[in-house]
Design a protein around this ligand. Structure first.
Ligand code: HEM
Length: 223
């Protein structure tokens, strides 16, 4: 992961956040599951597994992060569990239970947030709201891969809900983060929390990617 260097020390907090996650973002984009989404080749079963992981993560965020955020920044649109549940139902639900390693990682991530300040928790929100920028690129190839229409209720609400407002809303969120964190000692903690959030997502994406390679190896061996 790119670590914040001294040249970012005096930069805006949102610039520090972006620099902190940049390396991990590039690395996630290179994982098999991310590439399969971008290329429109992801299998429904694999995508359902990914949604299940996102549901577990957002459930923690909704119980432990959103209620603790500064009131002026928290927004109902940050709650993503309803969209994830709709998508899972529309796509036929998850068939395989999540692996114990991922369950444990998400639980440990949740516990690690308990000692963070409300301002440091903005690091989680920065990553999850920022990932909506990626959703703008992903929803079309995903619709192709899943053979569904990119329309509300078809199974892509997690990516598409509020998508028209994403760039403006994310820019506004970064301005709010800058205003809230500037001149406080919390920017470094928020960057550390953002880094941990991204590292967790990298681990989850990696574990799903490993399943994909196992499955292709098994298929190749069976042929
Ligand atoms: C799966 C493949 C992914 C693709 C293709 C993708 C693509 C993109 C694109 C096109 C942008 C906007 C351009 C930019 O600012 O560089 C972006 C921004 C961002 N993505 Fe991703 N992304 C992916 C995965 C993720 C994941 C898993 C996360 C974390 C949950 C994430 C978090 C972010 C963040 C925080 C930003 C905003 C950076 C900033 O401008 O401050 N992305 N992504």
């Amino acid at each position: 992961m790119t670590s914040p260097d001294t040249k970012h020390a005096a930069a805006l907090p949102s610039t520090l956040l972006r620099a902190t996650i940049a390396g991990e973002h590039t690395s996630i984009e290179q994982l098999a599951v991310a590439r399969a989404m971008v290329e429109g080749t992801i299998e429904r079963e694999t995508y359902l597994t990914l949604l299940q992981h996102m549901l577990a993560l957002h459930t923690v965020v909704e119980s432990d992060v959103l209620p603790a955020l500064p009131e002026s920044i928290a927004s109902p649109s940050m709650a993503r569990v309803p969209a994830l549940l709709r998508d899972l139902a529309a796509l036929g639900g998850a068939r395989k239970p999540m692996d114990a390693g991922s369950v444990d990682r998400i639980a440990r991530f949740g516990s690690s947030l308990a000692t963070e300040t409300p301002l440091a928790l903005l690091g989680v929100i920065y990553v999850l709201e920022g990932s909506r920028m990626g959703s703008m690129v992903l929803y079309e190839p995903l619709a192709r891969a899943l053979s569904i229409q990119p329309s509300p209720g078809a199974g892509l609400d997690y990516h598409m809900e509020g998508m028209g407002e994403t760039p403006l809303r994310f820019r506004a969120l970064k301005a709010q983060i800058d205003a809230a964190l500037e001149d406080t000692g919390d920017a470094t903690s928020a960057a550390s929390v953002a880094g941990r959030t991204m590292a967790l997502l990298h681990e989850l994406y990696s574990s799903i990617s490993r399943t994909m390679s196992n499955e292709s190896t098994e298929t190749a061996q069976a042929a």
